[in-house]
Design a protein around this ligand. Structure first.
Ligand code: SF4
Length: 762
């Protein structure tokens, strides 16, 4: 592999996965020396934020694993060969499956911000083991939204921020957390434009709020009262699109009555806002159908999170800003991230859903296939016969990222068998019986399934920048070897498909499609594709083989949009053309160009938007009680546990040297609170919650409202110092959070609303 050239790949530090060009060092070819934006990327088009330049701290660091590890009886690890590890891991899981049933093995993870191919290969292993329950970090953030999407629209949506008149950002600071393409440019452009309006709902004066035309600095936790006040104002001033509502929606009667009854002034006041400000926002929203909205963790990890998602959907549907130019649109993803529940919901006479799948011990609602993260420890720490007894964790660090780390650690210790697949010695890997070292995202073919643009959506299959670190293995191969150790297929059983693959994609399609009628083939399809089609793919892209199946599925329901994006053919030939284009285009490719205004493409069987959601309509009635999880004398402050800052990202960057400017323990507090609690700038304090405490360094910041404090995300990880002692950098937030503080519907935790107190330290 030559080294001194610029190679396309993507930044893996946030959901946007901007296209980047990376240059490796000439000497070893392993160090990412330079990064620049990739103008050929279909969507990011050369955009980067400050974080991408530091990704070598992910690729090369002292925490990388380079041999499989097995736990000794004394709790330390010993290196073992891959052969031994695969044999013993397969035997360990087979033993649990045979004694208790495969549904007692829980699967967690499957990919983070930039690596979803591994999780695709895990599908076959999950089938082989009979695993039924799984989760990942989306189940502590997005499941309330996913539940509402499945009930109201049948899929996820995306706002046309380029063409909108009004952009609404709810509980998010895109300037730091990005999460949308070209976030800073986009926010600045809308904020500066004289005829466009940027509305930001956020208790803090964030960088994005500073750009806003209308900043709604809501009292923490009261977003739903603010949005209800806006919706109430719109309804009471005839600013809803009633004709469109009657034509395109179902079940709107109760919510329209509820909005007529909203005491707008009182709700605005409870949300800490002046009536004039709420009216200004409502008038801007009511003046156009070109509305783009984005909600994120600020409301999704706070009280009333599911209700807030419901109200946000009402903001763009009741105004007719759906499937219209500059408005909101259903997205067509190649993979069904967050859209697994697309089906006609079963509801009773009160509009309450019935028959949803639930977890075996606590009966928690499973949304988009995911067990609520806050239920996992309860599903383990029980004497229920159906409790989880083993866990496979892949490319995820639940012990660090899920609420109440102490409780989850207890749960992990109660499991009979734990295996972690990861690139580094994470806090979760420390608790495993076996740790299997994966090659990094820059050492193998990788991709994310997040892209959700409209009208043009894209996909980026990234090629490796460098060889795998010796001793590591890509997840595709790990899963395949485990399936083979479990003896799922007989030797030679797939030879016919292999031969067909060697004759080309068309012949392969003709062979595999009838073979899919065999449950054994269809249940293990990712493995079958990897071992049959994989070896025939160019550039060594074997791990990308499951994408062939996704492409075929994608064209079945989106053929016109795929053709409009420039791919030619009919049926499987179109799927083949799309797959070829993904393989060939190193900077990513447009996979669909969707039409606006074609409501025959809407996902609900009646092609309408369902506005009556019984559970949410009932909850709206309770808002008149003005109830919040309130602060107390013991815990008078609200901690925002996990604020995005200039040098915070997900925890895949473990080397603390990657941060240029952060003080990792710094806690932002309002100067009024500092006076009240005897704190000083740069002074130390003890932060105490119901579940734990941490020593922090106080940083005074009058942009944060009095009564609230904030700590950065992505810190508190363990990393070896010069003497190989594992040291923690920054605050381990989930030592402070409480399992009990969670959304009543889908269990998402209240990380942005943790009750706390501060004690000054001399
Ligand atoms: S952190 Fe996000 S916005 Fe910044 S360069 Fe990486 S992917 Fe792009």
């Amino acid at each position: 592999m030559t080294t001194a050239e610029w190679k396309p790949t993507a930044c893996n530090l946030c959901y946007a996965n901007c296209g980047i060009l990376a240059r490796m060092d000439e000497e070893t070819g392993r160090v990412i020396e330079k990064i620049k934006g990739d103008r050929a990327h279909p969507v990011s088009r050369g955009y980067l934020c400050n974080k991408a330049s530091r990704i070598n701290y992910y690729q090369n660091n002292r925490d990388r694993l380079n041999t499989p590890l097995r736990k000794r009886d004394d709790g330390t690890f010993e290196p073992v060969s891959w052969e031994t590890a695969i044999r013993e891991v397969a035997a360990g899981f087979a033993d649990i499956r045979d004694r208790h049933g495969g549904d007692k093995i829980f699967y967690y993870g499957g990919g983070g911000q930039g690596n979803h191919l591994g999780g695709t290969h895990a599908l076959a292993l999950r089938s082989a083991l009979g695993i039924r329950y799984r989760s990942n970090a989306l189940a502590q953030e997005k499941t309330g939204l996913a539940w509402m999407n499945s009930r109201m629209l049948g899929g996820s949506w995306h706002g046309d921020f380029h063409g909108c008149d009004v952009a609404i950002i709810v509980g998010k600071n895109p300037w730091q957390s990005n999460g949308m393409q070209r976030a800073r440019v986009l926010m600045r452009d809308i904020g500066k434009h004289p005829e466009r309006t940027l509305i930001v709902l956020d208790p803090r004066v964030t960088e994005t709020a500073e750009l806003a035309d209308i900043h709604l600095p809501v009292r923490p936790g009261t977003d739903v009262w603010c949005i209800m006040a806006i919706l109430g104002y719109l309804a009471q001033h005839d600013m809803l699109d009633l004709e469109w509502i009657r034509e395109r929606t179902a079940g709107h009667e109760r919510i329209l009555d509820q909005l007529q009854a909203v005491p707008v002034t009182d709700y605005a006041e409870f949300a800490g806002l002046s009536l004039a400000l709420v009216e200004r926002a409502a008038q801007a929203i009511g003046s156009t159908r070109k509305i783009a909205l984005y909600e994120d963790l600020g409301v999704e990890m706070a009280p009333y999170s599911t209700l807030c998602s419901y109200l946000n959907i009402l903001l763009f549907t009741l105004t007719g800003a759906f499937d219209t130019e500059g408005g909101m649109h259903l997205v067509n993803r190649l993979a069904q991230i967050l859209d697994e529940d697309v089906r006609a919901p079963n509801v009773d006479g009160n509009g309450h859903e019935i028959g949803r799948r639930v977890t075996p011990v606590t009966g928690a609602r499973i949304v988009t296939g995911l067990t609520p993260c806050n239920s996992i420890s309860e599903e383990i720490l029980s004497d229920h016969p159906d409790r989880f007894r083993a866990m496979l964790v892949e490319s995820a660090n639940p012990i660090h990222s899920l609420a109440d780390a102490k409780r989850l650690r207890e749960a992990f210790e109660a499991l009979e068998f734990v295996v972690v697949i990861d690139v580094a010695m994470t806090e979760t890997a420390e608790l495993a019986d076996y740790v299997l070292p994966a090659s990094s995202q820059y050492e193998k073919f990788e991709a994310t399934f997040f892209p959700s643009e409209f009208p043009d959506n894209f996909f980026h299959l990234r090629r490796p920048l460098t060889e795998p670190l010796p001793g590591t293995m890509e997840e595709a191969e790990i899963h395949a070897l485990l399936i083979e150790a479990l003896g799922v297929f007989e030797p030679g059983e797939l030879d016919g498909l292999k031969e067909a693959a060697e004759r080309g994609l068309d012949e392969f399609a003709q062979a595999i499609l009838p073979a899919m009628a065999q449950p054994k083939i269809s249940r293990h399809i990712s493995y079958v594709l990897y071992r049959t089609l994989g070896p025939t793919l160019p550039y060594g892209a074997a791990a990308a083989a499951p994408l062939w199946g996704l492409c075929q599925r994608h064209v079945m329901s989106n053929a016109a949009a795929v053709r409009a994006a420039g791919h030619e053919g009919e049926g499987t030939a179109l799927g083949n053309a799309l797959f070829q284009a993904i393989l060939e285009n190193e900077s990513g490719v447009t996979v669909s160009s969707n039409q606006i205004g074609d409501h025959t493409q809407w996902r609900m069987p009646d092609r309408r938007i369902h506005l009556g959601i019984g559970e949410m309509n009932d909850e709206i009635d309770t808002l008149a009680d003005y109830r919040l999880p309130e602060r107390s004398e013991e815990f008078p402050l609200l901690l925002c546990a996990g604020e995005r800052r200039s040098y915070t990202a997900n925890t895949i960057i473990r080397d603390p040297r990657w941060m240029k400017s952060n003080n990792p323990t710094s806690l932002s507090a309002n100067p009024d609170d500092a006076r009240k609690y005897g704190l000083t700038e740069a002074g130390r304090a003890r932060l105490v919650t119901r579940r734990g405490e941490a020593i922090v360094l106080v940083e005074l910041d009058d942009r944060i409202p009095a009564g609230t404090v904030s700590l950065p995300n992505g810190l508190g990880t363990h990393y070896p110092d010069a003497n190989d002692a594992r040291k923690q950098t920054g605050v381990y937030l989930n030592e402070l959070t409480d399992l009990e503080d969670r959304d009543p519907w889908v269990g998402t935790p209240y990380h942005k609303h943790v009750r706390a107190r501060l004690e000054a330290i001399a």
